[in-house]
Design a protein around this ligand. Structure first.
Ligand code: NI
Length: 136
């Protein structure tokens, strides 16, 4: 059920908010505000080491010595946190790997950190989400 409430803020801040809304193509202020609140709530769950879901994406050069092996080995160490992994051969050198994860926030973050620390990993990104039961 949607409930309505009134928010007061300085005109400058509201102008900033409205240009933020315009940049992101939100239909109205309510939807933008809901998303902002959701993202802060998710952050809190991740800080509290709750059960979370997320996506780790990494780009690496598969010619780097033993890197492919290490990426696989690490994922086996965290097999109970990994739901699915997709590998895309981007070009002659680079691979993109997208890993869907679920588990304690601390474990998932640890996996992402360990992957990103591997030599030859060019870009590792963890996008955090909440588990479905917490989503409204
Ligand atoms: Ni590849």
């Amino acid at each position: 059920m949607l409930r309505r409430f009134t928010v007061s803020m300085e005109e400058d801040l509201l102008d900033d908010f409205d240009s933020y809304i315009k940049d992101r193509n939100y239909q109205n202020r309510s939807e933008a505000l809901r998303d902002l609140i959701r993202s802060r709530t998710v952050e809190k769950q991740w800080q509290a080491d709750n059960d979370v879901m997320g996506v780790i994406s990494l780009v690496y050069d598969h010619h780097q010595h033993k890197l492919q092996e290490k990426v696989t080995e690490l994922q086996h160490d965290f097999h109970s946190q990994i739901i699915s992994t997709t590998h895309v051969h981007m070009d002659h050198n680079n691979c993109l790997e997208v890993i869907i994860v679920r588990g304690k926030a601390g474990d998932v973050r640890q996996l992402a950190n360990n992957l990103s620390a591997l030599r030859g990993v060019r870009n590792a990104n963890l996008s955090m989400s909440s588990t479905g039961k917490d989503l409204h």
